[in-house]
Design a protein around this ligand. Sequence first.
Ligand code: IMP
Length: 429
Amino acid sequence: MANVTVIGAQWGDEGKGKIVDWLASRADAVVRFQGGHNAGHTLVIDGKTYKLSLLPSGIVSGTLSVIGNGVVLDPWALRDEVAKVEGQGVSITDENLAIADNCPLILPLHRDLDGLRETAAGKGKIGTTGRGIGPAYEDKVGRRAIRVCDLAHLDTLEPQLDRLCAHHDALRAGFGQPPVDRAALLEELREIAPFVLRFAQPVWKRLKKVRRAGAKILFEGAQGVLLDVDHGTYPFVTSSNTVSGTAASGSGLGPNSTGFVLGIVKAYTTRVGSGPFPTELEDDIGQRLGERGHEFGTVTGRKRRVGWFDAVLVRQSCAISGVTGIALTKIDVLDGLERVKICTGYRLRGKVYDYLPSHAADQADCEPIYEEMPGWSESTAGARSYADLPANAIKYIQRIQELIECPVALVSTSPERDDTILMRDPFVD
Ligand code: IMP
């Protein structure tokens, strides 16, 4: 398996950034295939912190970085991010960044609609990142999106914009908002077009060439399987498919190119935004884990909700995404706890479930069934071999492996790239 697909196996924020960066340093190309700048990946390299949202993590190490057609692209956010990362000494050119020319754009009208809907929903809101992700995907599927390739045809863009704006004007009127200023939007697109077009190309063709040359491709997923629009905790999900299968359709390669599927799994659970969370901790332990784990959103700065490890959810994610092995992250956050708990099933109206039922109301009513294990007082932070781990931490990892029915390929013990225990090398296995 020459290629590796990295996906989050929980609700996102599993620590993908570090693992992806570690793998990116050995890949020949890194591909983002879904989501947009709702993602937030933190990389720490040689003590320097990089925060990426839209750019593939390979960009920092100079590896060919590809934004695939499955992504929704906010060109202004991209320009800001490129400027920020270049300001940290990273060179970004059309040699190391390629953007799919069939990638749909996120426009200011999408951000407007995202915000209007969330405000109107009040307590029932999804808790989106407010980046316009959902509305942009709706327009893609509704066949009225403006795509990167349209920026090369500004002379024929007006009728397309009219069609798109007519749709949005009707929605905006419902929220008591004025129609979209078409002339201003066209002018904004005219202004940003040369920046985006510099990187635009049919990336499927570039990837085909890369693949034929025997290169190693790393597919970098964003968010997590439980936020998948089909398989996640619907409707409290993002608007893309976050499962491994999307690596193929979202980049223009076949399903046989995705290779080793590495599911990133945090040693406990977090989620941002609304929606069911059976193992959520609203007590001192949750507070402590949130503080120790720095559980604040990279993109929005929101405090993440925190809970015990849920083996039911991770087993489900691994099955749905065909996970070959997992990377277990942030085990050090559990250091010093007297006891640790793992959810092994749910009790729902007198019945025991070994999976998360599909209906939101059922999901909300699931009561976790826990297995308790002794914790460990020693530090796991910075461990680089299995032998460096306390016996109880090893037992915890082994129990997780059994319950999720999937092997642990590596364990991450700090944000630093080298603080990693490798059991199976995804690029070699
Ligand atoms: P949206 O993707 O902005 O539409 O947000 C939909 C849901 O996905 C919300 O619950 C967000 O908090 C969540 N979400 C989106 N991106 C991320 C991410 O990168 N990490 C964790 N949660 C995310």
